[in-house]
Design a protein around this ligand. Structure first.
Ligand SMILES: [Zn+2]
Length: 160
């Protein structure tokens, strides 16, 4: 179905002000999932994931068979960027404690994998490594996610 939100037109989100909506459908094009950042249209708010990468049993496909696609996409839904900031070394992810990088990592990198003169946090959920090789958010990412639930935050309505 691609990443053009067609599935959301066919099945509109239910109560997106207070609920995370998740669509599981074949996206195609090698895309595992996609998410909407906070502050976008309520008519398209939520996360989409292909069934091959959703959860950790049944129809899942290694090496993305441990549910981490949704961990990553919900990270975006909660305002996290990729740890390389989707740009070169100086492009930031707006999180102070994730080291600078200039692109995604894949597979299961050995430590240290050095880019931009520092070891990448390849084990971070917001990188592109295999599910088995990602296992953490940083403190700064946690704080950035929590901030959107504070009064005035983009998803504060979810707490009420
Ligand atoms: Zn992503």
């Amino acid at each position: 179905m691609g990443t053009n939100n067609a599935v959301k037109s066919a099945y509109p989100p239910v109560s997106p002000e207070t609920h995370l909506n998740i669509w599981v459908c074949n996206i195609g094009g090698g895309i595992l999932g996609y998410a909407q950042f906070p502050g976008g249209s309520l008519t398209t708010d939520g996360v989409v994931c292909s069934p091959q990468y959703f959860g950790n049993t049944g129809y899942v496909s290694a090496p993305f068979n441990k549910g981490r696609t949704m961990t990553h996409e919900v990270g975006h839904y909660l305002n996290l960027r990729h740890i390389w900031g989707d740009g070169r070394c100086r492009q930031d992810d707006f999180v102070a404690d994730t080291p600078s990088s200039d692109g995604p990592n894949y597979g299961c990198p050995t430590y240290p994998t050095v880019n931009c003169k520092s070891p990448d946090m390849t084990m971070n959920y917001m990188d592109y490594v295999d599910d088995a090789c990602m296992y953490m958010f940083s403190d700064g990412q946690r704080n950035r996610m929590r901030a959107i639930f504070q009064p005035g935050g983009a998803r504060a309505s979810m707490l009420n």
